[in-house]
Design a protein around this ligand. Structure first.
Ligand code: ADP
Ligand code: MG
Length: 351
């Protein structure tokens, strides 16, 4: 193999958001003396520059319409020209698209609540006749932090939602009002309130970037409602390591993500759940997956609500350890950007 060198793509979030992984990658490469370069993907000749490296890593954000449009294709072309890339197709193909996730999870026989992807108004009417169970969860395919996830309680609400989805649709960019309400319903202390206030500019930066993303319309995506669950778990798998972030639902709500009430209760991490995380990761052929999972209280089965390679690596480190494939817990933070980079170096060395 030629001498290892890593291109860290300067994403639109670089330097603007604490959740961006590029700074972490820069730090790790510096510490480990790995030859590397930060490359601005928007600059003239970026592709030719990226091609010179044998590893290209790009933590692009679903908030950036331009990155969502171009990053997967650029990375695919780089892969074809011999680079080892992240995210590769198994992680990018369904990124920020819950509908494609639902198709992959079903196709691979992985455990989820029942998903119903309805691509026409008449399909919605057929669903009402054939299934018609309420309440039912409706999700836009794009978005995060629970901002595009709602509960429909009856036929009237579904018909109104479907008319809108097959009409002018919804804007998928995060709502400031929802964010403020979420923070208000889950901040536990003054310190918490102040910490969140400090991150407000990051939220508005994301929101400004997301303004370029199109409206969501032309489908209705429903998911069986798993009731009486007051948390969800972000279960992250990278190679042979699995860690998690527990998130409590907002007050008087069924939605956890984006609420900011984080906890790390290992009692919720049953062996079945750990196994389901590794199984899904292997089946998808992923390098790094964050699965939003809950235990269905009726069947006791772990189910996957959504999948994403992008999540807060700092919140994950707070878990303080990780499970191995035997289900044994090890102390020592799982630093996701570092683990991904190590994995890519291994892959590149095998070439
Ligand atoms: N089918 C479901 N049954 C019960 N709760 C759900 C279901 N789907 C989502 N939720 C809740 O809503 C939250 C947001 O849903 P999710 O699909 O993860 O979207 P987002 O991308 O916004 O995080 C989850 O954190 C979970 O608490
Ligand atoms: Mg989620």
């Amino acid at each position: 193999m030629k001498e290892l060198s890593v291109a860290i793509v300067k994403s639109d979030f670089h330097g603007h958001h604490s959740g961006s992984w590029s700074n972490e990658w820069l730090k790790i490469c510096d510490q480990k003396n790995i030859r590397h370069e930060l490359v601005d993907w928007r600059k003239n000749g970026a592709f030719q520059e990226l091609r010179k490296h044998n590893i290209v890593i790009w933590h692009y954000s679903h908030y950036s319409n331009d990155e969502m449009t171009f990053a997967p294709g650029i990375l695919a072309a780089l892969k074809d020209s011999g680079c080892t890339v992240f995210p590769d197709y198994p992680d990018s193909r369904h990124f920020d698209d819950k509908i494609i996730q639902a198709y992959f999870l079903e196709g691979l026989g992985l455990p989820t609540p029942k998903n119903y992807v309805l691509h026409s108004f008449s399909a919605v009417e057929d669903w009402l006749n054939a299934v018609g169970t309420f309440p039912i969860v409706a999700k836009l395919k794009a978005g995060s932090g629970a901002s595009n996830v709602v509960l429909l309680r009856n036929k009237r609400q579904l018909m109104r939602y479907a008319k809108r989805m097959f009409g002018r649709g919804f804007n998928s960019k995060p709502s400031a009002l929802f964010k403020i309400k979420s923070n208000a319903s889950s901040s536990r202390s003054l310190r918490d309130v102040l910490a969140r206030a400090k991150r407000a500019p990051e939220f508005f930066f994301s929101r400004r970037l997301a303004a370029g993303r199109g409206r969501e319309r032309g489908y209705v995506y429903l998911q069986e409602f798993i009731k009486d669950v007051n948390y969800d778990l972000k279960v992250v798998v990278i190679g042979d390591k699995l860690s998690f972030i527990g998130r409590g639902v907002r007050k008087g709500d069924f939605r956890a993500s984006g609420g900011g009430d984080l906890f790390y209760d290992r009692d919720l991490m049953s062996p079945a759940l750990v196994k389901a995380g590794f199984d899904a990761y292997d089946a998808l052929g992923s390098d790094c997956s964050g699965f939003d999972m809950i235990l269905d209280p009726v069947t006791s089965r772990p189910v996957i609500l959504e999948v994403s390679y992008g999540f807060s690596h700092t919140a994950l480190m707070e878990a303080g350890g990780y499970y191995d494939r035997k289900g044994e817990w090890h102390e020592g933070q799982l630093n996701a950007p570092e683990a991904v980079l190590s994995r890519l170096i291994e892959k590149a060395s095998d070439k």
